[in-house]
Write a protein that binds this ligand. Structure first.
Ligand code: MG
Length: 253
């Protein structure tokens, strides 16, 4: 069931998203060589609580999985999504994807970004740039009258000509009172297909892009998703509201 939000609910989601954007700015500033994922996770949890929020991911269960143990998903290099923070220090040359959700006043916000730790190869920087750009290409299509396929088509059309491939096993989603609501928002698709976008629909658009194959596998811990061929990946996400006047990015300052 798709739950369209009333204007007052979108205002609540802006309050959640704004808080989450503040936390993200702090995390982006904090990531450096030597810091561990567990240290970054503790910082995120503290900053979420400081804003009277609740981490959306901690304790989250997806279809029979054991509860996710942390505030952040930290996915490094060939890890695509759902990485579990650990005590291994970040090293120069790594790319680190941070996915974080916050619930405030009963409404969730969900966002993700990928950063380079120190110097990275030019081609990997191209991956990060193309993936970030593809998110905004997708957001630009999130207008009333379009369909989810228009968003996915825009995302894939931006990254595929650059030699990158969109992950197909994991997709964006509706967001609101639940972290994951209908509809699904794939990062691929055909124009004019999929779910019709209406004012009040709130969705998380989240391109995940690989330098190599799009095929994935899940680690024994039941969570961490990696590319099967070991290719580096990037992930960028915003929660947005579809309004009469266009897309409103919720997870921004
Ligand atoms: Mg998400």
């Amino acid at each position: 069931m798709i739950r369209l939000k009333a204007p007052w609910e979108i205002a609540m989601m802006q309050a959640s998203g704004g808080r989450l954007a503040e936390v993200v700015a702090i995390l982006e500033h904090a990531i450096r060589p030597g810091l561990t994922g567990l240290e970054l996770d503790a910082l995120a949890e503290e900053e979420i609580h400081r804003r009277n929020g609740v981490p959306s991911f901690k304790g989250y269960r997806a279809g029979g999985n054991r509860a996710f143990p942390a505030t952040l998903c930290i996915s490094r290099n060939e890890e695509v999504v759902h990485g579990i923070p650990d005590d291994k220090p970040f090293r120069p040359g790594e790319v680190v994807s941070i996915d974080v959700g916050l619930q405030y006043g009963g409404y969730h916000a969900d966002t993700a970004f990928t950063v380079a730790v120190g110097e990275i190869p030019a081609r990997v920087q191209e991956l990060l740039d193309a993936t970030r750009e593809s998110l905004y290409e997708g957001i630009a299509r999130a207008v009333p009258g379009n369909r989810t396929g228009d968003i996915g088509h825009a995302v894939e059309s931006h990254v595929a000509p650059r030699g990158f491939s969109v992950i197909r096993d994991y997709v964006g989603h509706g967001v609101g009172r639940d972290l994951h609501e209908e509809p699904t928002v794939p990062n691929f698709g055909q124009p004019h297909t999929g779910v019709l976008l209406k004012p009040g629909l709130c969705i998380a658009i989240e391109p995940m892009v690989s330098m190599g194959s799009h095929l994935t596998q899940v680690a024994r811990n039941g969570w961490t998703v990696t590319t099967r061929d070991g290719s580096i990946t990037a992930h960028f996400e915003h929660s947005i509201a579809i309004t009469e006047s266009g897309p409103l990015i919720l997870t921004t300052l």
